[in-house]
Design a protein around this ligand. Structure first.
Ligand code: AMP
Length: 433
């Protein structure tokens, strides 16, 4: 554990200015709260069972990371048996208080690699806002908040996520009530800082998640304004799927002597995904998609289009063909996006058609196919897109529809992922047929 923690009197926040229970007592405290808050919470393993399971794991297991039983229990509840490579590398370093640059895409278990050490740190010490996670999108915000709830479920921590597109009231109430961890998109967080709904005077850990995407989305000025409100003696963890010079500059600006933790080669696509390119005339892409969806055993399909209108057009075409589909893009309200995601998760719609902005941070397990209906305009987006399938231990397929004017971009992608993507065709839909 780190020692750069700022000690000081509790701020006036009702009952929350008290010291958190000692680690050993955290389980009891949490159990008591849960007894009143959510009586239907599923049964979890006892502490003794969790400890036994942890120490029984072979070399390289979670037990070797030296985590507190309160956290171990949540990991066992989550059903994880072994840490992923990024977790094995990042957790011990983050626990020592080191600044970290994690080069890892979504799907590698990176969220746990920063949330677990943060939870360990928060088990001790005062209940104040001590950790901030900045993410590019509201979906990622919600996913990170869920991760904190999952891994911190026995730790009695307060977590809130704040993002745009929804009302302020609930967020203000949560922030003013006092929270340990804030997960936020930069724009909305600035609003809250300006209204003095939250203060980072005593923040200890800052995480910049999906830093490359935050910069792509133009959040650099907001990040700078937010960091200016945080004490300099914090721990800073930066995660990014890619490491272009802009991200390296960001890291130089905000991190102190960071250790670089890398999973796989730079820009390498997930190895659990099989890639195929389907050459197809532009005007026949919608037909090809419907054809594949009719024949192939594609259970849970995420389709990417370049534009919002393109996404809507594809959904209309699929529905015309009797295939259930939903669109997910920035013109949809937060409620519509959540409802679409829920229908997809529940298997009520097989196909979700999304734009790049909407795709980041989606954590939907069991996606069998990612389809690049339009070839992404940047090679790195290909890596992000296909990171939606083949997550954790699962495997998946990534199909890219390539029309004549997309051939050059596909070649660029192949160079970026250092892999030639095999061509496949459906008779009648190939070029020239
Ligand atoms: P992330 O890269 O953080 O988005 O995580 C990808 C997925 O892997 C999430 O659904 C996690 O719940 C899952 N996951 C994270 N760590 C592990 C682990 N050690 N074992 C199995 N699944 C994991």
């Amino acid at each position: 554990m780190t020692t750069d923690k700022k000690k000081g009197p509790a701020r006036g926040r009702g009952t929350r200015g008290t010291k958190r229970p000692a680690k050993g007592a955290a389980d009891t405290a949490k159990a008591e709260r849960h007894a009143t808050e959510s009586p239907k919470e599923p049964e979890t393993l006892s502490l003794a069972q969790a400890e036994a399971a942890a120490s029984a794991s072979d070399g390289g297991g979670f037990a070797e990371l030296g985590l507190h039983p309160t956290v171990m229990r949540a990991i066992v509840d989550a059903g994880y048996t072994l840490p992923t490579p990024i977790q094995r590398q990042a957790i011990p370093l983050a626990l020592k208080g080191r600044d970290l640059m994690g080069l890892a895409q979504t799907g590698t278990g990176k969220t746990a690699s920063f949330s677990i050490p943060i939870i360990e740190r928060l088990l001790d010490g005062p209940a104040r806002t001590r950790a901030l996670i900045l993410t590019p999108t509201r979906e990622l915000c919600q996913q990170v908040e869920e991760a904190f709830r999952k891994y911190g479920k026995h730790a009695g921590l307060g977590v809130v996520s704040v993002y745009g597109g929804v009302g302020y009231d609930t967020q203000v109430a949560a922030l003013r009530g006092g929270v340990d961890v804030v997960v936020a998109t930069p724009g909305r967080l600035i609003d809250h800082l300006e209204r003095q709904n939250v203060s980072f005077d005593e923040l200890e850990v800052l995480v910049l998640d999906e830093a490359d995407r935050m910069l792509d989305m133009g959040f650099a000025p907001q990040i700078s304004r937010i960091v200016a409100t945080i004490p300099p003696y914090r721990q800073t963890l930066l995660f990014s799927a890619t490491m272009p010079p802009e991200v390296e500059a960001l890291a130089r600006k905000y991190l102190r002597k960071p250790v670089v933790v890398q999973v796989g080669r730079r820009s390498q696509a997930a190895t659990t995904v099989q890639h195929f390119v389907y050459p197809v005339p532009k005007q026949r892409k919608a037909e090809l998609l419907a054809e594949l969806l009719k024949k192939d055993s594609m259970d849970s399909v995420l389709v990417f289009t370049r534009t919002k209108h393109g996404a809507d057009r594809v959904v209309r075409h699929l529905e015309h063909e009797g295939i259930n589909a939903d669109a997910l893009h920035a013109d949809k309200s937060q409620g519509q996006r959540e409802a679409a995601l829920q229908r997809f998760r529940d298997g009520k719609t097989r196909v979700l058609v999304a734009t790049d902005i909407a795709q980041r941070g989606l954590d939907i397990s069991g996606i069998t196919h990612v389809i690049n209906y339009d070839v992404p305009q940047q090679a790195e987006d290909y890596v992000h897109r296909i990171g939606r399938t083949g997550r954790a231990a699962q495997t998946g397929d990534a199909y890219t529809f390539m029309c004549a004017d997309e051939i050059a971009m596909v070649k660029t992608i192949e160079r970026t992922i250092n892999q030639e993507i095999p061509r496949r065709s459906v008779p009648g839909y190939d070029f020239g047929t």
